[in-house]
Design a protein around this ligand. Structure first.
Ligand code: ADP
Ligand code: ASP
Ligand code: MG
Length: 401
């Protein structure tokens, strides 16, 4: 009998009592294979979104501390219900909040990071043969306040617990594993048997929401095998691990980031001190600027374009108001109808010409892009939303994703 395992079930997998009852059977089966089983669950269905919508009704700018207080309740509902179901089936099970599970965090409210986990309480229950059901997505900071780990953060809870217990994290979700591209956007997408931490991390950071990026970072650092599979069937899923010796493709996957906006400031000063003033103001307002480009626009002037998360619109507006008041003759264009499409693959390190192949592919299909950036293992394009589907299809079918 193997020692320990962490199983994580996402929102759609626990959206109803019936689904929880089905999951309980999977957990009980696991318990016959492993001495210790820890279960991490997300909030039921779309609960977190609904709670956030309520906060928006309550206040224009709700305090982030209170948002954490509110949205952390979703997971408390699902852990208690799942535990009741397990008890009803005759199992010894106990529900623990993030705090009770010893999850210590720090950072900005709604974006906390796990600092450490005091695993002693969980271990006590495991040693007395309990199934331990832990609330994902939440922890407690040094001030003793409830915190959350950013959207999708239950993945992070699961992988961090697996790191602490020295075992595998099994992530059960509503797809059969990791695909080359989101199967909802490209139904012909192929499932990957394995993917490296490095590629999965890049895909996640670039928008593949199937895994929360920081969970992969933790998995990589502590060498936690992460297995992603369906909570509805027993199809073989995808293993995320260190370097794999599979055939090196130039491109492993494609990610889409839809919550993007692009800002163009026409006739901005070309002086580096003025450009610095703008980006410092954006950084101070917690705007995470992504792609940047500048093109000459007459004597001492440039047209400056950058992209950021669409959620940052209000923070960007605040900065732009100040900047346009300070400099004369600026023309600001905000474009919310853009998306970022990125291709990812460690094969790009060794294979030349991938960028050229992509540029040609887009040109052949008359797909225009606005900005482009590259990293060592990825190339990202900002394109108009209306070209998204076509671009995904063209790239995915060309590279056999
Ligand atoms: P959970 O609630 O289980 O955490 P999520 O909704 O966070 O589930 O993540 C699963 C979803 O991720 C899938 O329904 C799928 O649409 C999306 N997804 C995006 N990119 C990929 C990909 N490359 N492979 C598989 N699923 C993906
Ligand atoms: N319930 C949280 C969210 O919707 C955490 C998670 O699902 O992983 O973001
Ligand atoms: Mg998720």
């Amino acid at each position: 009998m193997e020692h320990s395992v962490v199983m994580k079930f996402g929102g759609s997998s626990v959206e109803s009592i019936e689904k929880m009852q089905a999951i309980a059977q999977r957990i009980i089966k696991k318990k016959s294979e492993f001495r210790h089983v820890v279960v991490v669950v997300s909030a039921m269905g779309k609960t977190t979104n609904q709670l956030l919508a309520l906060a928006k009704q309550a206040a224009k700018y709700p305090s982030k501390r209170e948002i954490d207080m509110l949205i952390s309740t979703g997971e408390q509902v699902s852990i208690s219900l799942l535990t009741m179901i397990l008890n009803e089936l005759g199992e010894q099970a106990i529900a623990l909040t993030g705090f009770q599970a010893g999850i210590k965090t720090s950072g900005l409210h709604t974006k906390n990071k796990i600092l450490d986990i005091d695993i002693s309480k969980i271990e006590n229950y495991l040693n007395t043969n309990h199934l331990v059901v832990v609330a994902g997505f939440q922890g407690l900071n040094e001030q003793g306040d409830i915190t959350t780990l950013g959207r999708g953060g239950s993945d992070t809870t699961a992988v961090a617990l697996a790191a602490k217990l020295g075992c595998t994290a099994e992530i059960y979700t509503d797809v059969d594993g990791i695909y080359g591209v989101d199967p909802r956007l490209y139904p012909e997408a192929k499932k990957l048997d394995v993917i490296t931490y490095e590629e999965m991390k890049e895909m996640a950071f670039l928008g593949a929401k199937v895994m929360e990026p920081r969970s992969i970072e933790i998995g990589q650092r502590y060498k936690v095998p992460i297995y992603v599979a369906s909570s509805q069937n027993n199809h073989t899923g995808t293993l995320i691990k260190e370097y794999t010796k599979v055939e090196e493709k130039s491109i492993t996957g494609l990610s889409i980031s839809e919550k993007v906006m692009m800002v163009t400031i026409m006739n901005f000063s070309a002086r580096s001190s003025d450009i610095a003033t703008l980006f410092v103001a954006l950084a101070e307002n917690e705007v995470n600027v992504d792609m940047i480009s500048q093109t000459p626009a007459g004597e001492g002037l440039i047209n400056l374009a950058f992209t950021a998360g669409a959620d940052d619109l209000e923070a960007i507006n605040e900065v732009l108001e100040k900047i346009t008041a300070r400099y004369e003759g600026l023309d600001v264009i905000k474009n919310m109808n853009v998306v970022k499409i990125s291709v990812v693959g460690t094969g790009m390190r060794t294979q030349s010409g991938v960028a050229a192949e992509l540029f040609k592919l887009l040109a052949d299909h008359q797909i225009e892009f606005r900005l482009v950036t590259t990293s060592e293992i990825s190339i990202s394009y900002t394109i108009d939303k209306k070209h998204m589907k076509k671009t995904v299809e063209v790239i995915s079918s060309h590279f056999g994703l």
